[in-house]
Design a protein around this ligand. Sequence first.
Ligand SMILES: Nc1nc2c(c(=O)[nH]1)N[C@H]1C(S)=C(S)[C@@H](COP(=O)(O)OP(=O)(O)OC[C@H]3O[C@@H](n4cnc5c(=O)[nH]c(N)nc54)[C@H](O)[C@@H]3O)O[C@H]1N2
Ligand SMILES: Nc1nc2c(c(=O)[nH]1)N[C@H]1C(S)=C(S)[C@@H](COP(=O)(O)OP(=O)(O)OC[C@H]3O[C@@H](n4cnc5c(=O)[nH]c(N)nc54)[C@H](O)[C@@H]3O)O[C@H]1N2
Ligand code: SF4
Ligand SMILES: [Mo]
Length: 708
Amino acid sequence: MVDTHCPYCALQCAMTLTPSGDGVQVAPRDFPTNRAGLCHKGWTSTQVLRTPDRITTPLVRDATGELVPASWDAAYERIVSAVRRAQVQHGNDAVAVFGGGGLTNEKAYALGKFARVALRTAMIDYNGRFCMSSAAAAGNRAFGLDRGLPFPLADLGGADAIVLVGSNIAETMPPAVQHLAGARGRGGLIVIDPRHSATASLADDGQGVHLQPLPGTDLQLLLGLLHLVIQLGGVDESYVAQRVSGWDEVRAQAVAWWPARVMSATGVSDQALRAAAQILIAASPAAGGRGAYVLTGRGAEQHAHGTDTVTAAINLALALGLPGRQGSGYGCITGQGNGQGGREHGQKCDQLPGYRKITDPVAREHIASVWGVAPQDIPGPGRPAVELLRALGRPGGPRVLFVHGANPAVSGPDATVIRERLRSLDLLVVCDFVPSETAMLADIVLPVPQWAEEEGTMTSLEGRLLRRRRAVQPPADVRDELVIWHDLAERLGARSSFPVEAAETFAELRRASAGGIADYSGASYDLLADESHPVHWPVAIAAGTPRLFLERFATKDGRAKAVVPTVASVADDVRPDAALYLLTGRVLQQYQSGAQTRRVPELVRGSGDNYVQLHPLTADRLSLEEGTFAEIRSARGVVQARVRLSADIRPDCVFMPFHYDGLVNANDLTTSAVDPISAMPEFKVCAVDVRPCDQANPVSRSLAEEAV
Ligand SMILES: Nc1nc2c(c(=O)[nH]1)N[C@H]1C(S)=C(S)[C@@H](COP(=O)(O)OP(=O)(O)OC[C@H]3O[C@@H](n4cnc5c(=O)[nH]c(N)nc54)[C@H](O)[C@@H]3O)O[C@H]1N2
Ligand SMILES: Nc1nc2c(c(=O)[nH]1)N[C@H]1C(S)=C(S)[C@@H](COP(=O)(O)OP(=O)(O)OC[C@H]3O[C@@H](n4cnc5c(=O)[nH]c(N)nc54)[C@H](O)[C@@H]3O)O[C@H]1N2
Ligand code: SF4
Ligand SMILES: [Mo]
């Protein structure tokens, strides 16, 4: 029996694994975030260990274009010669790395070091850019530090009000719903979502309010809430005076967002907006309430103005006096398993370990000393994910790419372009344990262990460090990525050494992060072994604190910075030929690109195929019926999917999950427009045209392919 945590999302539910016969049994464990609960994906997670198409030996593309088994030496040789050729012909930045927010802290750290020290490239970024970057940018700007939840999740239980801006937690973190019970019981759950999602329905029957805005208008809606808080006398004036800077400008902006104006921008009525504002004011500590939380999810963040939308959510929380106060706060609900730790230790193109800036000379000097290289040998900032992926194989762009823990062929925005770019590379190397869609485009696939077969640490959505433990041995010919980077670094003649054990790597990460914002120096595997004593970063001499900012914020002057957000419309707005908004997001049984969960028969039952959700009125107008096929067309691609009718969605929107592969990939429709500050793509909304089609066998194609 081994105590570990779920491989999937950032809730990191605690579980115990017991090898039995051919498989591994899962039992939930009591833990503050999941309180002995698991979702369907967690319960079935060990089935992926034995998936019939698991990759168990290196694969190399042969002269006929087939991926065939090869030895590790042969695979390494081909990689090293392609890397050398690209470097000589096109410079070091011709080799790029794409990482993942599901990697352990050890791997996230070692991957950043591998890119900068062994490959000597600036070109590294990761799929967390798709996930956490807007909330991170806004959090850093306001608080001087980005720890998704600067308080324990269980604190939500005591609050009178909780606002969820674009989070469908009932499907994306089901065991966390229990923490909403207190607020629901007191009528205080406020859900902002263009769909009456499973989470929005938790606010039904007097348990709260559902606000159903036009997609991409959360910023205006939040300005409207702030306007009412000001008008109704809900501003915590003494908090604002003592703990916030920039408030006057923010107040002046919100004064101009009166309810009628907000309604014309968002479609949300004065009455609904006022009800939400009143709940929040009554819950705030200044009014004598038990406290309130404002939380954002990807629905608010994955926009071309996501950073400013999060900023507006933070401003609302600041006006009410919530952040840095026990029992209240602002938080972002981190998504990927190690979405928090993965954004701290150097996978980001502009970052060094410990959440340091790669442009900061002091940071470069410190990291260089840990790595045993000269500061000037560490490359500068590279290109963020979307820009990097779209530059692959183009003049001046990378010619060789390493992918670790991501499946951008499915999950990247405007994915037909990304697949075309991946195909244009001189060499694509993918490490994975299943033949993901990205792995199937690779020239070399290297097999790696799965979560239950490895050691390491993860940092949960609370900024809490957790041990991931090995319960079973990986297949014989599989190699840990730490070993792979060690072997390749040696063959490439890297000057620094790469430890092959997770514990040794963690020891090095501790030294590298010491003194940084995300300081892990005081943590150790021993300290983390006993989960009855939580360890949160920053952890230097003391074991960190679950609640940050109680005394001061991490800014220079100790005050939270209220910033005036810029109001903008969605990048790909509706027009006569594409008159509906496409929303994208998740369903309970599938995880991300589906590479893992589409291999679990139990999860595929009922959620094995993609669909398009439409309002019955819209369907009627378009002559579509439940179960028929619709063609969905954006300015970038066309897909065909089965129609599901539901009055839960606004009549001017349609919804598709993004968990499905080449045939019905929602990302063949999405736009590659990005937020100017965070470079996060606008996954959540684009303009589409929907019409009936006869196709019983759906296919998707790019507009370019269609023209041929
Ligand atoms: N089942 C499941 N759980 C997961 C994952 C998974 O793939 N599957 N992935 C994990 C990861 S990495 C992440 S990031 C989290 C994501 O967790 P969530 O943020 O909860 O998930 P999403 O479904 O992407 O988006 C939430 C909601 O945003 C709404 N939305 C769309 N556009 C807008 C808008 O303009 N404004 C507002 N207010 N809402 C909008 C959608 O209707 C949707 O209900 O989930 C984690 N948990
Ligand atoms: N339209 C639309 N698109 C979206 C989103 C959306 O809401 N709408 N959400 C975005 C978000 S929030 C996210 S987080 C991304 C995620 O999107 P992806 O990057 O596609 O995420 P996963 O499907 O988790 O892919 C992880 C891959 O790495 C493999 N893997 C898992 N662990 C390891 C490991 O330790 N090492 C290695 N080498 N491989 C491993 C898995 O088998 C899988 O193939 O998608 C984004 N795309
Ligand atoms: S909620 Fe997240 S961590 Fe918990 S069992 Fe489900 S996928 Fe795993
Ligand atoms: Mo995510």
